[in-house]
Design a protein around this ligand. Sequence first.
Ligand SMILES: [Zn+2]
Ligand SMILES: [Zn+2]
Length: 139
Amino acid sequence: MQKFSKIVLETKKLQKTPCRIDVLEALNQASTALSEQEIKDRLHFDYDRATLFRTLRTFLENSLIHQVVVQKNEVKYALNQLPLQLEQQVGHAHFHCDKCNKVFCLDAVSRDLLNIPKDFQVNSFEIMFNGFCAQCRAN
Ligand SMILES: [Zn+2]
Ligand SMILES: [Zn+2]
């Protein structure tokens, strides 16, 4: 049993299934958001599509991960930062690299930076910056 996934699943009172552990460790080790295929490539066992889909659903429902929609058709997944409550309150923007198609979670954004009227309540937001990541810029 690896440490990160064990703590997370216990905190959320979720059963420690092999697929859940495998997916959590894969997302934790990645420095970018991952598509379903990219997650699959990193798993230690070839779970069927339904199992993987259910696992991602469960994580979304329990606020363990979030979805990032890239260019309207591709969905990537990334871990929420702990503590989970803070993540929900603040949120963060994403950076998409036009060259290598990687998606990075950026640091949390303060609403003061976005000029949102004081009496408006933000429930969710999506901000995507497109450009070249450091690695692609260097090449
Ligand atoms: Zn890049
Ligand atoms: Zn993110």
